[in-house]
Structure formats: C-alpha cells, structure tokens
Design a protein around this ligand. Structure first.
Ligand code: FUB
Ligand code: ZN
Length: 649
C-alpha cells in the first residue's frame, strides 16, 4: 500500500476542496440535523420515497435513548452521517480546525452511545425492528452502513490518531463475525448492498488484522453461492411472524447474487453495488493473491469499459434498478449514471491498478473524476445531481414520468442522499488517486498541482507536480529520493506529441503499458510538454443512441452544448468543423476553456406549421456558431437543454 503525505495545490481542485470545506460540510451538517431550510427532492416520481427531512442525526438520538420517536428515512440513512464524518475527517487532516473537531466529536459520542453492548449498530433496526436484525439482508443495508462506518473510522483515525471510532468499529465487526461465517450456525450470506467488503480491506490495511481481510474475502465468496439465500431469509421471517410485510420477488441479478462472483463475467444489476463489489474483489485479490477473484474483476472491468460505460465515465443505463442493462445500450436521456456509481468506478480503477500495470485504469479513473463525478455538484457546493445525464430536455424531465429522474437543475438534497456526501469524501481524498506502485516503480496517474512525500519500497520520495493544460500542455515534475527507482508517467489519451526534458535537456524514454518510463538516480526535474488538442469522438456503431453523432473532449474534459449558449432545440444542430479552444472567464462558471465551432441548425419551414408528417424533402440548414462548455459545468446558469453527443455533418 502506497503511503503518502501530499498537499493538493491545484487551483481547479482547490476550488472544489474549499467549497467542500466552507459550504458543503457545514451545509450537510445542518441538513443531517434538520436545521437547514431546504427543499428535499425525490430522486424520481415515487410515492414511497421519503422526502420531508433527513432525520439522520435524530435517528441516532432516538436509538441512543436521547430522544423519542420512530426512525425516518431510508434504511441506510445512517450512512449519510458516516460519509459526512469521513469527509470532515479528510478536511480536518488538512486544516486541524477546532470547530470541525468539535462537530466530529459530537457525532462520535452519539455513535458510541447508540452502539449496543454486543456491538450492533443500525438505527432502523434498533428503533423499529429489533427482531429483524441481520434477518433481511436483501434490503437491510446493515452491513452497507457498517462499511461506511468503517471507512469513516479509518479516515478519522488517519486524520487524528484518535482511535475512538476504530474501537466502535472493531466491536461492531466482532459482532458481525459472531453472526456471519461459513459455520452452520451462522448466517451464510452477504448484505444485499456491497460496501463492507471494500471497507474491511481498509480496516485490514490500518490494523493489519488479517481476520478483517478474511471476512471481506468470505463476504465476496459467499455471494451467489445460494441464489435463494435472500428469498429464504425473507420467507422464514414471515413464517416466524417476525415480519408482516408481504413477500416480494427478489431479483438476484440486482444484487449480483445470481451466481458466485468468481463466475461473473459482465457488469449487471445495480450499478453502485456492482462497482463497489468489483473494487473489493480487486482489493482483496491484491492482498490475498486470489487469482480467480482478480480474473473475475478484470472480466467485469473489460465489460464495463469496452461496452457499458458512458464517455463521461458514468455507468448505469437505466433508472429501473439504477442498473446496468446490456452491451452498447447507452441511452443519453434516460440513463442513470449515478454520481455514486462514477465514484465507485474510480474505486474499482484504483484497486485494479494495484494488481496490474495498465494505463487504461487511470484513463478511466480520470474520465470519471473530471466528468461524471464533479458534474454531481453545483459550483455553489450546495446543490447536487444524483443522476448525470448526457442529454436533457427540461420539458421531458417535467412531463415524461419515464424521465422524472433526469433533473435539469441540481436539487439541494435528496430523500436518498447517498451522492452528495460521497462526492465530499472523494474530493477531499484526491491525493489517494494520484499514484500507484509496482515493485520499484512509482506510477504517476493523475496530473494535479501538489507537493509531498511518498513511501515506495522503503524509501521516501519527495515529489512535486505543476501542471497546465489550459493553453499548451505541460507538466513539471520534481523528484528527490535517496535511492534509485523508476518513474512511470501516464501518457493520457488526450495528449499528443509528448516530449520530456530532464533538467532542461530532451531525453529519450521507453513506453510500457501506457506509461513513459524514466529511471531516476538523483534529484531531477522533468518537464513534459504535449499538445492538448480538441478530440472528436465517435461511439461504437452498435451504440444506437450515438450513431452519426460526435462528442468533443479537450484534456480530460468531455464537452456539452447548453441551450443558454446555443438557443433551444439542440437536436436540430449539427457540428461542421473549425473547432477552436477559447479561454473564457465567466462570472458563474469561472475561468474555463470553451470550444467554439462552426455548425448549422435545421430550418423548420412554414409547411411544418400544421403537419406532423410530410413526404420527404431534403432538409435545409442555416449556419450557426456553436459553443461547448466542459460537461461538469452544465446546469449552473439557467434551466435549459443540454447535449453531449451532437449530430455531425
Ligand atoms: O442503497 C444505497 C444507495 O442508495 C445506493 O448505492 C444508491 O444507488 C441509492 O439507491
Ligand atoms: Zn448516490
């Protein structure tokens, strides 16, 4: 595991990190305490979605006996608090802010008070259904929440050296170990929502207690061994009179429990569950050298990136089950592309690159981060997307129930608030995504201004990056290490004509697995220069929704057209040529590179006034200048149409 102590200095990313520090964390704190006057949106039109308030902290207070009442919200409402805590810990690591510490302490004391003597901790079951603890795993999210608690505890411990939350977690995991396992008298199944698997690996990495790694591996291996596991649990509860809810159909594909994970070949079912599971498979495989697990993870990876991923790094093609569908099914305006799923894809990529050197992992990680992940958050830090579409018509979102999940503006909060705190914890831990290692090679995966120290093979390397891809592409990399090692610098797919100078003189370099390999024996300064031109992408012809269309990319950013820059009816426009990059400073969007292009717009002539169909006539187009902005910036100015894949003349 790569240990690092890095300070992000990048202007682009600091803006996000500062927003999280100054806006998001206090805002989310108020929301979780029901102290913020906000409109809580439903993720889609569904009468069963709780949307009055968060109630997350109040659930803990009730379960701890400090207050009275019933649980409110989703079964996994506790995880909102844990993810908040994880982001707060990440920020505290940088700021050492006293007020933040007090806020964290308050939550930690509340969690400690809520934990039962045997270690159990899940407010819904403690308050309203104690008879069903660990008995309804297809939907309970008990171990999903436990996973988020573990991740929060690890982050808090790393930020403070205070092990209060780690102790809570150890006690809870002991309780889980008592109830779950291969023995006959234990529960032989896993949670319906994967998460604890990847969290246990993190707990193992900080504690070195192998039983956590084993438990994680076992949770992965038991999934799908008995595809009837969830149904049997549910039916037994009804038979025993523990649950009076009518039985429901359980879709095992949704939980990826239709077959053992080592036999799975495709990305199916609920997208967040799938990517969290696959990340854990790769993580566990790395530590245990479990080849079967790694091979299965790799099959799933290939299926995603070759056939089921959007150009923005979003995944999940349908709202039904927030799920993957089938190869090349990538509709742009009904998809799901949940922010959490793009974040999960980053986790998956990061775990894969520990096992195997291939720049594709970092290419995908970067694609998700710079596009689908940050599109999830408005530039005010207080509004969020759950679903990140590639095409929006606001009228359709309003009037077509099949598109009620595709919002045209970011709401302030959701009844199901998994995404906002997920963004917060991810963007406050970006340093973890910059590098990977293999033997004595340090791989540079993401370009971002920062400085710091990294431990590689028992030596400490001092490193600093200064990057720019606004005008010309350049990366200055200073490294200093006591012993020789190799630096592998990823060559991004969007950079061309790469040249590298060492201390001012151009050097030759070999390329392996997508990385420029540079031996380092002394303190050096490398200067990389590369072209950052506008790339015009086309999709595989089997992607029906993108046929005849192109998507623009410059640097890591995918671009989109918005109505506000281009008029309405974006579907009538088509791109011709002469695309040029232009640095823009906008009062809302800030400084960014826009793309201007020559295009044309189909003319709707008078004959169309009163007809819906007519015999074919060659369409007429008029010249139209088109403007594209980086996709993540969309929906920050006004409500309007948006489109990533544009027709091409
Ligand atoms: O079920 C917990 C979280 O809520 C999932 O990860 C998201 O997809 C949302 O359904
Ligand atoms: Zn989410």
């Amino acid at each position: 595991m790569l240990d690092s102590n890095i300070t992000i200095k990048d202007e682009f990313w600091k803006r996000y990190i500062d927003l999280i520090k100054t806006e998001m964390i206090p805002f989310q704190w108020n929301v979780l305490h029901d102290q913020e006057d906000i409109k809580i949106d439903k993720e889609r039109d569904d009468a069963n979605i709780p949307s009055e308030k968060s109630h997350a902290i109040e659930n803990f207070r009730i379960a701890a006996g400090r207050s009275e009442g019933h649980h409110y919200g989703w079964l996994f409402q506790d995880s909102d608090v844990y993810k908040w805590l994880e982001s707060a810990a990440n920020v505290y690591k940088i700021t050492k802010d006293d007020q933040l510490k007090q806020m964290m302490d308050e939550v930690i004391e509340l969690i400690k008070d809520t934990q039962e003597d045997d270690g159990y901790l899940s407010t819904f079951y403690q308050i309203d259904a104690p008879q069903l603890k660990f008995r309804k795993l297809f939907e309970s999210h008990e171990l999903y929440c436990a996973g988020h608690l573990i991740e929060a505890a690890v982050a808090h411990y790393q930020a403070t050296d205070d092990d209060r939350l780690i102790e809570v977690v150890k006690k809870y995991v002991e309780c889980i170990q008592t109830h779950f396992g291969p023995e006959e008298d234990k529960i032989n199944g896993a949670d319906g929502h994967q998460e604890i698997e990847l969290a246990l690996v993190k707990l193992y990495e900080v504690t070195k207690d192998e039983s956590y790694l084993k438990l994680s591996e076992w949770f992965l291996e038991v999934r799908g061994q008995d595809p009837d596991f969830y149904r049997k649990q549910m039916e037994e509860n009804i038979e025993l009179g523990l649950d009076d809810r009518a039985p429901i159909m359980i879709n095992n594909v949704y939980h990826q429990s239709h077959k053992p994970v080592t036999e799975q070949t495709e990305a199916v079912g609920h997208a967040v569950r799938l990517v969290y599971m696959a990340a854990a498979m790769a993580d566990v495989a790395y530590h245990t050298k479990n080849e079967k697990l790694f091979k299965a993870a790799k099959r799933i990876w290939k299926n995603i990136v070759k056939k089921r991923m959007y150009i923005t790094g979003g995944v999940g093609s349908t709202v039904h089950g927030e799920a993957f569908t089938f190869d090349f099914d990538l509709p742009n305006d009904t998809m799901y592309c949940e922010t959490c799923a793009a974040i999960g894809l980053m986790f998956f990529a990061k775990a894969m690159m520990k096992n195997e050197v291939d720049a594709e992992y970092a290419h995908v990680m970067e694609r998700a981060l710079y596009n689908s992940v940050i599109s999830g958050m408005a530039l005010d830090g207080k509004h969020f997307f759950y679903v990140n579409p590639l095409e929006v018509n606001p009228e359709a979102s309003q009037k077509d129930p099949g598109k009620s999940h595709v919002k045209s503006t970011r709401p302030s909060w959701f009844g199901c608030a998994c995404c906002p705190p997920n963004i917060a914890r991810t963007l406050t831990s970006l340093e973890k995504y910059l590098y990977s290692e293999k033997e004595d090679t340090l791989y540079v995966n993401i370009f971002m201004d920062h400085s710091g120290k990294i431990s590689l093979n028992n030596q400490e390397i001092e490193i600093e990056q200064k990057v720019s891809f606004e005008d010309e592409g350049s990366l200055e990399l200073s490294v200093d290490a006591p012993k020789a090692f190799t630096l592998g610098i990823r060559i991004p797919t969007w950079a061309s004509n790469l040249s590298i100078k060492q201390d001012g003189s151009e050097i030759d370099f070999e390329v392996a697995d997508g990385y420029a390999m540079i031996p380092v024996n002394e303190k050096i300064v490398l200067t990389l220069s590369f072209d950052v031109s506008v790339l015009m992408h086309q999709a595989h012809p089997k992607v029906r929704d993108d046929l005849g269309k192109v998507a623009l990319q410059r640097g890591p950013f995918v671009y989109c057209m918005e109505e506000t820059d281009n008029e309405s009816d974006l579907h009538l426009m088509r791109l011709k040529n002469h695309i040029r990059a232009e640095k823009v400073s906008d009062s809302v969007l800030g400084s960014h590179v826009a793309l201007k292009a020559q295009g044309e717009k189909r003319v709707i002539d008078e004959e169309w006034e009163n007809v819906l169909y007519r015999t074919y006539k060659e369409p007429v187009y008029e010249e139209k200048d088109l403007t594209f902005i980086p996709y993540h910036l969309w929906a920050n100015r006004s409500v309007g149409e948006m489109m990533v894949w544009v027709s091409k003349k």
